[in-house]
Write a protein that binds this ligand. Structure first.
Ligand code: VGL
Ligand code: ZN
Length: 222
């Protein structure tokens, strides 16, 4: 298949950025110039995703009783509503990216005029969904439609950037690879909640055949 790359910009939203984001990733806004530079390149498909939760979402610490409801610290075990044998332990967060709030908006300095499609995810209150493709359960509960958009367009390669490097970017890259796309993460166009986790994540990418590259790498053209 002829090389057809897609740029996937993950969750570049107010709540993930200083100064006012409820789940602000340090330096989250600093990657926007790099991402705008990537948006000016002739990717045939450019998608921006939005974490887009209802107020009663299971990942919000505020929706759980004390004492295990400390944002960033507590975890909960989610049972798959479609298959109770499947369980996932997951971290609890401050309320973030609630549908219709300022915090859910894309950063205004992002050049959205160059984005072809916006894909929302995380609307199902019953499951956590870091990946922009689908929730993590083997019996899938929720799909964003991103895979179909990319496949219908004949995309071969997915370039992932955005926030956060250790959550939504990571699981989006892993799923892009699983869905059969050649997958690249542009490291300098991401920021992590916990930067010390990145070396392990990059090792996992290496074992799974996901490439970590710089924004100016031009050797990948086929
Ligand atoms: C994210 C935590 C909770 C992300 C989304 O976009 O990385 N992180 N929801
Ligand atoms: Zn979220």
């Amino acid at each position: 298949m002829a090389f057809k790359p897609a740029l996937v910009i993950v969750d570049l939203q107010e709540d993930f950025c200083p100064p006012n984001g409820s789940l602000a990733v340090e330096g989250g806004r600093d990657i926007v110039p790099t991402i705008n530079e990537l948006l000016s390149l002739p990717f045939p498909i450019k998608v921006a995703t939005k974490d887009f939760h209802p107020q009663d979402h299971i990942s919000f610490a505020s929706n759980h009783p004390p004492p295990n409801n400390k944002p960033f610290e507590s975890t909960t075990v989610i049972t798959n509503p479609l298959n109770p044998e499947e369980k996932e332990e997951t971290r609890l967060w401050p309320d973030h990216c609630v549908q219709g709030t300022k915090g859910s908006e894309l950063l205004p300095e992002l050049d959205v005029s160059k984005v072809h499609q916006i894909v929302e995810k995380g609307q199902d209150k019953r499951v956590e969904m870091y990946s922009a493709f689908m929730d993590p359960f083997p019996t899938c509960v929720s799909r964003s439609g991103l895979s179909k958009i990319l496949k219908d367009a004949g995309v071969t390669d997915v370039f992932v950037v955005g926030l956060a490097a250790d959550y939504c970017v990571k699981f989006t890259a892993l799923d892009a690879k699983k869905e059969g796309f050649t997958t690249w993460v542009i490291a300098e166009a991401t920021k992590a909640v916990d930067p010390s986790s990145l070396s392990d994540i990059y090792e996992e990418y290496a074992t799974k055949g996901i490439a970590v590259i710089g924004k100016d790498d031009r050797t990948i053209r086929k």
